[in-house]
Design a protein. Sequence first.
Lengths: 481, 691
Amino acid sequence: MSPRKVVVLGYGMAGARLADEIRRRDPQGDLVSLTVIGEEAHAAYNRVLLSAVLAGSMRPDTVRLHETGWATEHGVDLRTSVTAVRIDRDGRQVKLSDGSTVDYDALVLATGAKPWLPPVEGLVQDDGTPARGVVAFRTLDDCDRILDAAKVGAPVAVLGGGLLGLEAARGLAGRGNLVTVVHPAGHVMERQLDAGAGQVLARSLAEHGIDFRLGTGAARYLPGDGLKLDDGSKVHADLVVVSAGVRAETGLAVDAGLEVDRGIVIDDALRTSDGRIHAIGDCAQHPGTVSGLVEPAWQQAAVLAGLLTGTDVAGRYRGTQVVTKLKARGVDLTAIGDAHAEVGDASAEVLCLTDPTRGRYTKLVIREDRVAGAIMLGAPDAAATITQLYDRGVPVPTDRLAVLLGRALPSGASAASSPADLPGSAVVCRCNSVTKARLVEAFRDGATDVTELASVTRATTGCGSCRDAVCGIADWLATTA
Amino acid sequence: MTLTAEPQVTVATHCPYCALQCGMSVSGTTVAPRQFPANGGGLCQKGWTSGSLLTSPARLTSPLVRVDGELVPAGWDDALDLIARRLTEIQGEHGADAAALFGGGGLTNEKCYLLGKFARVALGTSQVDYNGRFCMSSAAAAGNRAFGLDRGMPFPLTDLAEADAVLLVGANPAETMPPFMQHLRRAIDTRGLIVVDPRRTPTAEQAGLHLAPAPGTDMALAMGILHAVVADGLLDQSYVDERTRDFDAMWRIVARWWPERVERVTGVSAEDQRCAAERLAKARNAYILTARGTEQHASGSDTVSAWINLALALGLPGRAGSGYGCLTGQGNGQGGREHGQKADQLPGYRKIDDPAAREHVAGVWGVPAESLPGPGRSAYELLDALGTETGPRALLVFGSNVVVSAPRSSHVAERLAALDLLVVADLVLSETAAMADVVLPVTQWAEEDGTMTNLEGRVLLRRKAIDPPAGVRTDLDVLNGLATRLGQPGERFPVDAETVFTELRAASKGGLADYSGVSYDRLRAGEALYWPVPDVEHPGTPRMFLDRFAHADGRARFAPVEHRGPAEAPDAEFPLQATTGRVLQHYQSGAQTRLVAELNDVVPEAYVEVHPDTAARHGLAHGDIACVRSRRGETTARVHCVPSMRPDVVFLPFHFAGDGRANLLTNPALDPTSRMPEFKVCAVNLSGGDS
């Protein structure tokens, strides 16, 4: 039996992951012969880490997902710098931009998404590409362009105050650029955050040197000068970085007559309206998830690899619970589920704590004793714990305030409290189970310093961490004797 | 004439329990700590009270033979004759591999060595393994993979005192080896102690940073910290270039584990991961030390590899004042894995399938190399096969209490019961001995000579301080008695420890763990000998890898390992995760420490630590008796409400017998490389004890 011909259109995070997952289940290619078509010239890279490249903490070659030679080593027919131009569903064939064709038994669309450029005068050239001095923040090449254009100290405008826009802004500010974020909504990251959290976040980012123009869009791009805003003000910028959202890349699917809404519509088996064609990642639209995040794409890739190799034909993708983390140095933000419910909402238990001066805002929305949503800003421990409660569906501990505040701090050093206050039954030396009462008794019997107390009771002879406490007790007894 | 008591001789020796092997003096049956680098004059409660077992009424002083279902006293000759006859019959009928041996990591080097030789030469069986599989086998596998050699700590323990950052992973030495903590004093005082443990243990309480991953997610955590090392520019690039290989292959995997993603899997915040990376990287001297918590998983070897990857990225191993090490647990956990009681090994840490190793060892033993059997089953697989169609029919157990300490212990008990012959040598009637057909009473630490190799690879001499009770023999004596009855020349199985050691030296010569230059005389003179010691003039090797690692090219290997998570995920029926571990007052299966009143009074019974909310949801309060169930069995334990526990995790110490055995629950899923069972995480549910 010859292996099944699987063709993957797209060598980004989703496509590359799918190839990995297929080869993990079928290392020798007995089940699947795999062709991957990639538009960009270089090997697949980890888009999630582009903000680290922008921030200068990672080199471009560090974020590559595959080493040179990966395709040969794993028996993958990888074709880069080429795009698919047409899908022939009846002939089960894909036509490529270099004129060649590829036959398939199963086709996977992993074409991702393209940045959306808002209708701002002068921002886009006639051919649809960004004007000079304007870069969309999406690809590794975009990173290069931004780093080329944004000399240290140069003013940069970031158009869009969503997750990626803020990460880009933080990265550029960290490199020494003067960054202004222009965002038409009243607060940043409004998809994930309520107004209170958005304000605290903007304030925290402002402390890292980022300016904000909120509630106003850009009206016009002036090359070499910057942006003119809807409210008439101007933002001076040598470079405009656009991060105003993305649109699923659905052109091929539309042309092929597949069902397309905002993205290519797929079911739980990751099938499009043509059962031989699948879609995963940002180009796909599944009711159980939102686009733009890597976790759903990777989960979809794992399920689809099981289906395509026949190693898990019962596998289904049921959606992904959304947890959003902002990757911005010095600012820790986690947004979980739907946290837009207001304090006082009768249908939910809502707790909220605001500490803007210290950049903290924590909000917890509980329904039926489970976490339904949360915003955790400046509270990394609480965020990590609440994420676990959310992901695992564990009931929220009854001490809600402790949950909201995160890990309890270690109790104060016991040596500091007076030995007199310690109950007699308190174990002072854990290693030898020596109580305060036993030490008092030994002291009264004549063991009046630490060395003698140690030899009589064995206290301090284990790990030694109780030495100060035993000294304290000896001193206290000496003064009260 | 008045009879005066002979003046008590005080003998400098070492503690019978853990791998720290604290120096102690024994005078009669009284012990006291002595100045020794490992313990600096300290002892824990177990050590202090260890003398009481010498005179315990629970001590066995006569062989026992099962007659009509009852164990009754028998003479030594009768007992040994019986065993030899039954072994001969069983092997005659079912083949050499029908007889098996199970050893222990608490036995002296001499015993470990002679057990392996007894198996291969006197019984001709491949079926020999030991409880060290349940101890540090994952770390050993990972150490061999990375460095080409496994010595738990390839540096003296006292080097830790100069460290300003120490990452302890799945280790709770404040309870398991308290005097060890003194070496971390500087790290603790500078808040450079970082502890990775799902529980807030007494060790974690002393940490400057406590990272509490969900059970079974340690590998993801290691990768998140390593990712942060690279992302934050903390990678020791010149070390990676000059002293290691395979960084790129490893990085392609770790690149996918950025701290925010790791946070979601582990519950450890990205910020804490970065903080750990920075403290380790910026420390002048830093160490990463792993122990059972991160090793006792079905992915234990790969998990340790992930921690070693981190150590290599930081440039720690093979540098004076820094390093990676494994905290070996059992008294002779290090030496026990070097001298041939392991299914795939020959003395000197040699591989049994290496023709040159077979040739060398067979030469020392005076037998043809082709007569030596090949590799046998690993510990759990061996226990699992007992009494089955293809498995062993007879088992001899030395220094191990598998009914309590092995995973899925009800099944292990069934397998033992299915044997045609079970022989147990022990000092007390352990739970395993109670099932035996023949029980042989043997000496304990202060009653015999022998060497131990502690957690830092230092060979120590444990000396005889008192005579054993009448009727008790040494394990070496037992092996000699059996071997001669099986037709072996007596001199092939010496009963004198020093004579056995002399032979061990020759057998280990040229191996990775080369003891040939270690002698009783040098040890008596107080020399600090860390293996390898290739000749009698050699000063030993306190610090390994300073110039090169043990692979042929001298470089350490990064391992491209991927996170897998627990073998058994929680589900609707078993929604909680159980993790198992130790308490200060007990040692391993508790067979010894449960008999010491001073220890047992403090922790007298099995208990389960539960978050108070979780207890309340199950209708349980502090002090109630709970039933904890898994797919493999159920155990009964008293509820301890502990607010610092994760609400979805419970903890049970495994030292208790009968219905309180934590290992009734545990999952025998095995690590593919080390064959380590998954002791540290399994899915359970909780209910009231009466239901």
